[in-house]
Design a protein around this ligand. Structure first.
Ligand SMILES: CC(=O)N[C@H](C=O)[C@@H](O)[C@H](O)[C@H](O)COP(=O)(O)O
Length: 229
């Protein structure tokens, strides 16, 4: 990973600014405003989905960007930057780091993780491995990936299906890997982010708790209902 990028994100908060088509805040202009708000609040980096959102975000911030493209294919469960097509689109728009599903599941079009990573490395593209288990993290490091993120814990059928952050995976991964390990997924409270950093996370990614107001509202409503019985 580029040293200046790595220094910029160390022990910092990365804000994921994403809204899919079915979500109320869908739209590149809105995601650009979210990124501006995140920068004003002190975020060190933005994680963003799609070429159109990334292009809009790049116009309003000079923060480093972790880019991905979510795309569904019929022949695979992988949806975060699944194929070379998405990798090339992200390299064309230009991002500091590309987030790539690095689970060992079958990829669309019979492409392999190894060939995609090889292509990116040949082109000097920095890579974040989105993983769901320690084994996937170890494998990602072994094929030369620059950093890993615990993004997919709870989103593969074989990882723990928990409602909160996967502290154990972060801890185990930090203990085994020499590359930076980023904590991501289901972090809602500042105290949880701090706990991740104390466990050795290189940086923390927070998405929904900052940029998905429908989910923030839902948490309040559910907690109030539970408390009132
Ligand atoms: C599983 C998946 O699709 N994760 C996506 C990855 O880019 C995003 O939808 C998440 O918002 C992001 O990982 C941050 O997590 P959280 O929103 O829980 O703070």
């Amino acid at each position: 990973m580029n040293d200046s990028v790595i220094n910029k994100i160390n022990k910092g908060l990365i804000v994921s600014c994403q809204a899919l088509e079915h979500e109320p805040l869908f739209g590149a202009d809105i995601m650009a405003k979210m990124a501006t708000a995140a920068e004003m609040g002190g975020a060190v980096c933005i994680r963003a989905n799609s070429v159109i959102d990334i292009a809009a975000i790049k116009k309003v911030t000079s923060l480093p960007i972790i880019g991905l493209i979510k795309r569904d294919y019929e022949d695979s469960e992988i949806f975060i930057t699944p194929t070379l097509r998405e990798v090339k689109e992200l390299m064309d728009v230009g991002v500091d780091i590309i987030a790539l599903d690095c689970t060992r599941r079958k990829r669309p079009n019979n492409e392999t993780l190894e060939e995609i990573v090889e292509y990116m490395k040949q082109h000097g593209q920095k890579i974040m491995a989105d993983i769901s288990t320690l084994e996937e993290a170890i494998y990602a490091e072994s094929i030369g990936i620059d950093c890993v993120s615990t993004t997919l814990s709870g989103y593969t059928p074989y990882s723990p299906q928990q409602s909160g952050p996967d502290f154990q995976l972060l801890k185990d991964t930090v203990a085994k890997l020499n590359i930076p390990v980023i904590a991501e997924g289901k972090i809602f409270m500042p105290s949880e982010a701090i706990q991740m950093l104390n466990l050795g996370a290189y940086a923390v990614v927070v998405g929904s708790a900052i940029t998905r107001p429908q989910l923030i509202t839902e948490r309040y409503v559910n907690d109030i209902r539970k408390a009132l019985g």
